[in-house]
Design a binder for this molecule. Structure first.
Ligand SMILES: Cc1ncc(COP(=O)(O)O)c(C=O)c1O
Length: 349
């Protein structure tokens, strides 16, 4: 098994023994290739049902994959601020949102957003909410999975589960229900390469079959490409695997919580600002351990440390001018459940 500790889980060949057919009677969600595809088709559906919905509100703290889906549609884009505690700028939303607004709400890093506020805003303004649950597939909030919040919600299997692709687009508002037309496709070459990522020798530092695209708004380079007319559906292997993992989420949650705590104990407060409101307890399944480096030099020091120790650490940020300055220095540390971070850290150099 690879010694590299990655943010996203490795595919396990042994899971091929557990392939099973999905329930074909589902009518409350569609399956797509990944989160950005679910978002695109979800937005398309909203506009089809109500063409007056033309204003979209997006948090300033967002990745290009979300923007590339939105860019393909004819919407007026507005941003709302996120601060270093991941709190939202409520004043701005209170003053500008109305019944023609669509708001993207991101549940960052496995933690719920401020849903009580958003649900109240919806009651007041009749706006439309989309829950971006790509980081928080297995997290419950007040006894309800975060995929059940918002008018529509979408997740991203590969970030949390050892599969190749897949994303559920939930129709939590019956108005948007579409006829079930789930289709599957043969895994692509890059997905097949991803299966073998766990066998990659440690000395190969580049990421096999993995894409690492963070950071730039509006980049049109090919690695940011997104084409909803091509291969937008889930691959046939992941389609037969994901429900096993969803049924067995407790083990994943416990291990991720344990690894999260190991980072909290290990990383020095002199180097980082910790997000004290993000406690990985109870119904939280963290995607990563997020924390803010105190300076640019400290951030680079830890990225180099990760490289030396075969631990993938990501600076999850973007280059937007209106991004909070602290969030530019956000680092994400892996908590994947098939590794024991505490044990790894005892041998770190
Ligand atoms: C918050 C967030 N939303 C959406 C996406 C898009 O998900 P996917 O990579 O499955 O298309 C990502 C990651 O890429 C993400 O981090």
């Amino acid at each position: 098994m690879s010694k590299q500790i990655t943010i996203q889980p490795n595919f396990k060949i042994s899971s091929l023994l557990k392939l099973k057919n999905r329930d074909i009677k589902i009518d409350d969600y569609q399956l797509y290739k990944s989160g950005r595809y679910s978002l695109f088709f979800g937005l398309k559906r909203i506009i089809e049902v109500n063409p007056l919905l033309t204003d979209i509100y997006i948090p300033t703290y967002v990745c290009p994959q979300v923007l590339m889906a939105i860019d393909k549609l004819d919407l007026n884009i507005n941003f709302y601020q996120i601060d270093q505690n991941l709190s939202i700028d409520k004043k701005h939303l209170d003053e500008s949102v109305n019944s023609n607004s669509i708001i993207i709400v991101i549940n960052y890093f496995g933690f719920p957003s401020e849903w009580e506020y958003f649900e109240e805003l919806k009651l007041k303004t009749k706006c439309t909410l989309i829950s971006d649950n790509c980081h928080s597939l297995l997290t419950m909030h007040n006894g309800r999975n975060l995929s059940r919040y918002g008018d529509l919600s979408f997740n991203s299997f590969r970030k949390i589960l050892p599969v190749l692709s897949g994303s559920q687009l939930f129709y939590n508002n019956k108005e948007y229900v579409m006829k079930n037309m789930i289709s599957v496709r043969t895994p692509s070459l890059s997905e097949l390469l991803y299966i073998f990522r766990s066998f990659k020798p440690v000395f190969i530092k580049s990421r096999l079959g993995d894409s690492k695209i963070f950071g730039e708004y509006g980049s049109k380079s090919s690695k940011y490409s997104f084409n909803p007319n091509l291969a937008y559906n889930i691959d046939s292997l992941s389609d037969k695997l994901f429900s096993n993992f969803l049924d067995d989420y407790q083990k994943i949650r416990d291990k991720r919580q344990q690894n999260y705590k190991s980072w909290l104990e290990y990383l020095p407060e002199s180097d980082f600002i910790f997000l004290n409101n993000l406690e990985a307890i109870n119904d939280i399944t963290p995607y990563v351990f997020p924390c803010i480096a105190r300076t640019n030099e400290i951030m680079n020091k830890w990225l180099t440390w990760g490289h030396k120790n075969n631990i993938s650490i990501i600076n999850w940020s973007n280059k937007s001018d209106n991004l909070n300055n602290y969030l530019r220095l956000m680092l994400l540390f892996p908590v994947i459940p098939d590794k024991d971070i505490k044990e790894t850290l005892t041998n770190a150099i």
